[in-house]
Design a binder for this molecule. Structure first.
Ligand SMILES: [Ca+2]
Length: 346
């Protein structure tokens, strides 16, 4: 309990913009060093070699900036639409799916054409979806993050707001180093994601693929490994081959939104799913007067999403949209990935 209270004091200090001196970041029950020792013991018990632990943890210190970014991430919000209570989707999409990002996606598709085709055949995931993920995560590999991963992850685990999650990632990043990935390669975002697809260590261990067969799962530099790994992620999360992620749809005012409201609850992601209707066959949506503006079969199950309210564009979204949410549980993220994929494929 003491630890929780001290964490809250730290959180409040950060939320109110008070500068926190590095010494205050040690206001935890355990020193950073003692905490790393406890994690090292757990990693050792899971088979990580001592030499790897010593190398990865050498001279590691907590990163104040990572904690600040983590707090900003929790508290920030954009300009809100008074009708929906959420930030405007249309302005988000405009900002994130810029013409230069669309052009970058088309250039990437042209560069990897034959590889993309074989990945699509193998996994059943459209190349433009994979490339759109790549574009949103790292601007097609241009911006992969410059934070030292073990340091970022150790800081987040030690700080404690999401200790269970990040302690697991810290042990997994040790396992990645133990598998032969160079210490100098362990660089990524402040939140612990890395490489072209911005996988977390646990995701890398479970789902990264050696697509070019050279013996290494190199999601930092290899196009083949990157594409196979993202496609494998989607296949693992239930992507349905041959089915759209969603289509824009005309929705008449006569549709009773309350009658079609959804009830899907995901405790990990509480604010995203309640904005969607329940799943119904497209034929039933058509019977209510909804007109899909893209290709989607009558028997496909789809949910209605009107991100900026009933007066703005609506969408019918399939199970594949849920798979994109598994990558990053945000309607803004998933919509921008789907629409970027459409724009790249045009
Ligand atoms: Ca490889």
């Amino acid at each position: 309990m003491i630890m929780i209270r001290k964490s809250l004091v730290l959180a409040m200090a950060l939320a109110t913009g008070i500068t926190v001196a590095p010494s205050d970041l040690r206001a935890q029950e355990q020193s950073f060093e003692a905490y790393l020792d406890s994690v090292a013991a757990k990693a050792r018990a899971e088979g990580v070699r001592d030499a790897t632990i010593s190398e990865v943890f050498a001279d590691l210190t907590p990163n104040n900036r990572v904690i600040e970014l983590d707090r900003d991430n929790v508290t920030s919000s954009g300009r809100l639409n008074p009708d929906t209570g959420f930030a405007f989707m249309s302005s988000y999409i405009e900002r994130h799916n810029s013409q230069s990002r669309i052009n970058g996606g088309r250039r990437t598709m042209a560069r990897i054409a034959s590889l993309a085709n074989s990945v699509e055949q193998t996994y059943g995931v459209p190349a433009e979806i994979i490339v759109a993920i790549w574009g949103h995560e790292t601007a097609y590999g241009a911006v992969k993050g410059g934070f030292d991963l073990p340091r970022s992850i150790a800081t987040l685990a030690w700080e404690g707001r999401r200790r269970d999650r990040f302690e697991r990632e810290l042990i997994d990043v040790l396992k990645i180093a133990d598998s032969g990935v160079a210490r100098s390669n362990l660089v990524g975002s402040w939140a612990g994601a890395f490489g072209n697809p911005q996988f977390l260590p646990s995701v890398y261990l479970r789902l990264a693929v050696d697509g070019d067969g050279d013996g290494a799962r190199d999601i930092w530099n290899s196009d083949a490994d990157t594409l196979h790994s993202i496609a494998n992620y989607f296949r693992d999360h239930g992507w349905q081959a041959g089915e759209a992620w969603g289509v824009r749809a005309y929705v008449p005012n006569s549709v009773d939104r309350d009658a079609v409201a959804g009830d899907y609850v995901d405790p990990e992601c509480p604010r995203v799913h309640p904005r969607h209707s329940k799943f119904l066959p497209v034929s039933e949506w058509r019977a209510m007067g909804v007109i899909p503006r893209g290709e989607i079969g009558d028997d496909v199950m789809a949910m209605l999403f009107e991100p900026d309210g009933p007066a703005a564009p609506g969408y019918l979204l399939t199970q594949n949209y849920r798979a994109i949410l598994e990558y990053n549980c945000s309607n803004y993220y998933a919509m921008s990935v789907g629409l970027l994929a459409d724009a790249i494929a045009q």
